[in-house]
Write a protein that binds this ligand. Structure first.
Ligand SMILES: [Zn+2]
Length: 256
């Protein structure tokens, strides 16, 4: 029985349910309330809380309906912009869920108040689980809408320092496009090439490309590798700082 249920929604969003205590669940970024209600029913689950990574409509649009129908609590980091928010969290805060703990990690970059949620591995459970919203994508990262490259670089490095086997569940399915971009940047990178091929196969089989893992992202995500000699060379910026390389990558991806 998988504890995370992935719900593709709104074209390219991912909504997640996390099941605990047998029949309880929490939802992450429910952009479509009716779809989440149907999924809860299919799996026989009740909804206790909603975790919001950031305020964009495609991540919050279902909260009002879900709150009204289930009485769940809405948790996020932006009191002004998240509709129906009950509890405002900050960096480092621990949320007890079932027998486990979810840690809030502040990750400004895509928005000023973006956060990620990290379910710490419990004894006997080998993987931690990370919900990244629009901060870290499989093979990519979010656009810089409210912050600069420095802030996003620091946020991504915080995520990259989590344990290798942490499962990464991101907010959008941009995976194929991200690796097409990455393999254009570094055509000689064999690891990126293999990942692109794997993503193509998964999509051909109608499978989702999540979860990824922190190890896989550290190896293949060009935005996490901005400080490496290989990427600097690929961009013709051998002397540049990681944040400058990151900014150049982000600029190129914005028009890809
Ligand atoms: Zn967003």
């Amino acid at each position: 029985m998988d504890s995370v249920i992935t719900i593709p929604a709104l074209g390219d969003n991912f909504i997640y349910l996390y099941r605990y205590n047998q029949n309880d669940s929490l939802a992450v970024d429910p952009g479509d309330g009716s779809l989440v209600l149907r999924t809860l029913q299919e799996h026989g689950l009740g909804l206790k809380m909603i975790l919001i990574t950031h305020h964009h409509w495609d991540h919050v649009a279902g909260t009002a309906e879900l709150k009204q129908k289930t009485g769940c609590k809405v948790i996020g980091a932006d009191r002004r912009s998240i509709p129906g928010i009950d509890s405002v969290v900050e960096d480092g805060q621990i949320l007890p869920v079932g027998g486990g703990k979810i840690r809030v990690i502040a990750t400004p970059g895509h928005t000023r108040t973006s956060v990620c949620y990290y379910m710490e591995p419990s004894p006997g459970d080998k993987n931690g689980i990370l919900w990244t919203g629009d901060t870290l994508f499989a093979g990519g990262c979010g656009r810089l809408l409210e912050c600069d490259a420095q802030a996003m670089t620091e946020s991504l490095q915080r995520l990259a320092s989590l344990p290798d086997d942490t499962l990464v569940y991101c907010g959008h399915d941009y995976t194929l496009e991200n690796y097409e971009f990455a393999s254009g940047i570094e055509p000689g990178n064999q690891v990126v090439k293999e990942r692109l091929e794997q993503v193509r196969q998964l999509q051909k089989q109608g499978k989702t490309t999540v979860p990824s893992s922190i190890l896989l992202e550290r190896r293949t995500n060009c935005f996490l590798r901005a400080g490496t000699p290989g990427l600097k060379a690929a961009l013709g910026m051998p002397q540049a700082k990681a944040v400058e390389v990151f900014a150049e990558l982000r600029r190129r991806k914005d028009v890809f």
